[in-house]
Design a protein around this ligand. Structure first.
Ligand SMILES: [Zn+2]
Ligand SMILES: [Zn+2]
Length: 335
């Protein structure tokens, strides 16, 4: 098969051996896989292993079933939860299944879906109905990331929430906050195209942080946020976000921030603030993401700005280092 393979200094398209379904696994022909900022980050910073195949936001069709697997799955459209979980270790019990040492994560510690085929455990499949374009299943992963972050924020009706950063995860956070029924969603970002996308998927107010800082915006409007979902990973963003948090509020770091932020401990105690990090999701949250997409409740298709074939994928992963107007790119390995 053809796949996008990590090589020294980047990635390239190569011919590699087809994966084989081991007992309990299926092989999925990948229909679409989202190009994720975490992959862009890993490639750019040399955090990949030569020969590794990335890609963890995907859907496709089962083409082969290993032993112990229901052969009736062959031909079925599926979204694939990339997070491997044994369900019984301490990491799984503590709600951080992506840290489970027993089962690898597809496209991270196991071969992923920037490829024509990928082998995955049967238990990580979620069936898609026949009427749904299979490609939409590729959006379940980033939506599940956002649903988990919103769960940690503990928000709902009556709350005003800030989404700081409007990349694909920030935009999915806007969608997840609308699904949670919060009263007001304020999104803040720099790129005009992505700010427009934030409004399109349900943000009530979109702040251009090139014009006004979020701290100044909050002062001008007398706004304090019940929660801030920090999705930009920009240096200094966490400190700004903490400044605009209401008493009892929750700060959730979702972006892959690399800076170290000082924490205002007196406010943490005096105002009862909660600070937490959000990474990935558990299996029920992934299922919830698929259910929202199937039911048409999550306008994820509005986020697609470009589709590329495998040959154009290495170059697209480079373009995403400076995304500008790009919102969400999908690779379609058979196009
Ligand atoms: Zn991702
Ligand atoms: Zn486990």
């Amino acid at each position: 098969m053809r796949a996008v393979v990590c090589v020294p200094g980047g990635v390239e398209v190569a011919e590699v051996a087809d994966p084989v379904a081991r007992p309990g696994e299926v092989v999925v022909a990948v229909e679409a896989c989202g190009l994720c900022g975490s992959d862009v980050h890993a490639i750019e910073h040399g955090m990949t292993v030569d020969g590794q195949i990335l890609g963890h936001e995907f859907a496709g069709r089962v083409v082969e079933a290993g032993s112990d697997v229901d052969a009736g799955l062959v031909g079925r459209a599926v979204a694939v939860n990339p997070v491997g979980s044994c369900g019984s270790c301490r990491a799984c019990a503590r709600g951080v299944p992506f840290q489970c040492p027993a089962v690898p994560n597809v496209g991270i510690t196991a071969p992923g879906a920037y490829a024509q085929y990928v082998a995955v455990p049967q238990g990580q499949l979620v069936r898609l109905p026949d009427h749904l374009p299979v490609e939409l299943g590729a959006h379940a992963e980033p939506l599940a990331v956002a649903l988990h972050a919103v769960d940690l924020a503990r928000v709902g009706p009556g709350d005003c929430v800030l989404v700081y950063g409007v990349g694909p995860i920030g935009l999915n956070a806007v969608i997840a906050l609308r699904l949670a029924g919060v009263d007001a969603v304020v999104a803040a970002g720099r790129s005009p195209g992505r700010r427009a996308a934030a409004a399109a998927v349900g943000a009530d107010v979109v702040v251009d942080t090139r014009e006004v800082s979020i701290v100044d915006y909050a002062k001008q409007h007398g706004t304090r946020f019940t929660a801030v979902l920090e999705c930009s990973a920009a240096p200094g963003a966490a400190m700004e976000a903490l400044e605009v948090l209401a008493p009892g509020g929750t700060f959730v770091e979702v972006g892959l921030a690399t800076d170290v932020a000082p924490v205002p401990l007196p406010r943490l105690v005096g105002e009862g603030l909660t600070l937490t990090g959000s990474c990935a999701f558990d299996a029920p949250t992934y299922q919830r993401a698929v259910d929202h997409i199937v039911a048409g409740r999550a306008p994820v298709a509005a986020l697609i700005s470009e589709r590329v074939g495998l040959d154009a994928t290495p170059e697209a992963l480079v373009r995403l280092r400076t995304p500008g107007e790009l919102v969400r790119l999908l690779t379609r390995p058979w196009d």
